[in-house]
Design a protein. Structure first.
Length: 100
């Protein structure tokens, strides 16, 4: 990986939408743990132990680490990304990239 890419990666913010499939009976426990993760928002859940979430991070590397963290939580069967949007950080004077 080139140094230019590494430097530019820090100027890119990402948001990822994903479906998290859970083992039955652990939804409330995992929901509580996810609510404590910075950059994670839970939007809905269904009767089949699936959560729809978004993950927001300041770099693509950080959103990957967040995805891996969620995948490794007890009771999580899979994290399936549905969409990803990355955008250059053009708002340095305002404190950096944010989705909202």
């Amino acid at each position: 990986m080139s140094d230019e890419y590494r430097n530019n990666e820090e100027d890119i913010g990402c948001i990822v939408g994903a479906v998290v499939q859970l083992k039955s009976g652990v939804v409330s426990d995992v929901r509580q743990r996810l609510s404590g993760c910075e950059g994670v928002e839970i939007h809905t859940e269904d009767e089949q132990a699936r959560l729809v979430i978004t993950m927001e991070a300041k770099t693509s590397k950080a959103v990957l680490k967040l995805t891996e963290h969620i995948q490794n939580l007890d009771g999580v069967l899979s994290v399936t990304p549905v969409y990803q949007h990355c955008e250059e950080n053009n708002k340095q004077e305002q404190g950096g990239w944010q989705w909202r």
